[in-house]
Design a binder for this molecule. Structure first.
Ligand code: F6P
Length: 257
């Protein structure tokens, strides 16, 4: 019955928290590989978890992807206060406009009545152009906001899927393949041991910044993402992370324990 199902999920959350050494694990029923609505459930759990961490002037740095877009889609005005600010975690990492952090931040702010800032730093420019862009006061200001974010909200993807989804150059693709990357987050590609085998060149949040972020929410579901989730958590600072996932991924992650 319902009670047993709830207890079962609580037990899985506890075991997974211990196995992955994260601050908290939240598991929603289902497998988002099979049913797209499970992503909305991930979104609901994420919003609930984040609400518990909001303080005055919370700055939330957000990445892109369809999971983040699902979170954005169900935000409502009771989520945040007017002084909550959404910023993209990193500059362009080759995503299609709907999946871009800039777009998702704008939606999050609009749906929740909060504010947002954009970060437009083109990736294919010369050193001189790049250097002068980085001296722009408006860019500097957004960069400072990003690095002072007290909440980071991000997706995790399968490395091959992400490399294909982005405009990855032949050279970078080789690095990802030869390095046997399995997981990706923030533009960093990780192998099964959590080693970074490739990093997309862009500005903004760096992986090491997560160590000093009080609250990090990693949201990724679907059995097909289990290896990616594990690889990422091995490679990234994760003691302040809450993992929000689904039963499909959780069952895979708990295999062999
Ligand atoms: O490209 C942004 C990003 O957050 C990646 O870092 C991550 O791997 C991916 O999107 C997740 O996308 P999705 O939620 O669509 O699986």
């Amino acid at each position: 019955g319902m009670m047993n199902e709830v207890t079962g999920i609580n037990v899985m959350e506890q075991s997974l928290k211990e196995k992955l050494q994260v601050k908290r694990v939240m598991i929603v029923p289902g497998n988002s590989d099979d049913f797209p609505w499970v992503k909305e459930e991930l979104g609901r759990a994420t919003i609930q978890g984040m609400k518990e961490c909001l303080v005055e002037h919370t700055i939330i740095a957000v990445t892109g992807g369809t999971t983040m877009a699902a979170v954005a889609g169900i935000l409502t005005p009771d989520f945040a206060s007017k002084d909550t600010l959404f910023v993209p975690a990193r500059g362009g990492i080759g995503e299609d406009v709907h999946n871009q952090a800039n777009t998702i931040c704008a939606t999050m702010a609009q749906k929740s009545g909060a504010k947002h800032r954009v970060l437009y730093v083109p990736d294919q420019v010369s050193r001189e152009v790049y250097d002068s862009i980085m001296k722009e006061p408006s860019i500097k200001e957004v960069m400072a906001l990003i690095t002072s974010a007290n909440l980071v909200l991000h997706g995790i993807g399968d490395a091959a899927t992400m490399a294909k989804r982005r405009n990855t150059s032949e050279e970078d693709l080789q690095k990802i393949i030869e390095g046997q990357a399995v997981g990706e987050a923030f533009g960093y590609y990780f192998d099964v041991h959590g080693k970074i085998v490739h990093k997309v060149k862009t500005v903004g949040l760096q992986l090491k910044d997560l160590a000093s972020t009080p609250n990090v929410f990693a949201v990724a579901g679907g059995a097909s993402k289990a290896n990616a989730i594990q690889a990422y958590l091995k490679g990234a600072p994760h003691s302040s992370s809450t993992l929000i996932t689904d039963e499909g991924a959780a069952k895979e992650l708990l295999k062999g324990t």
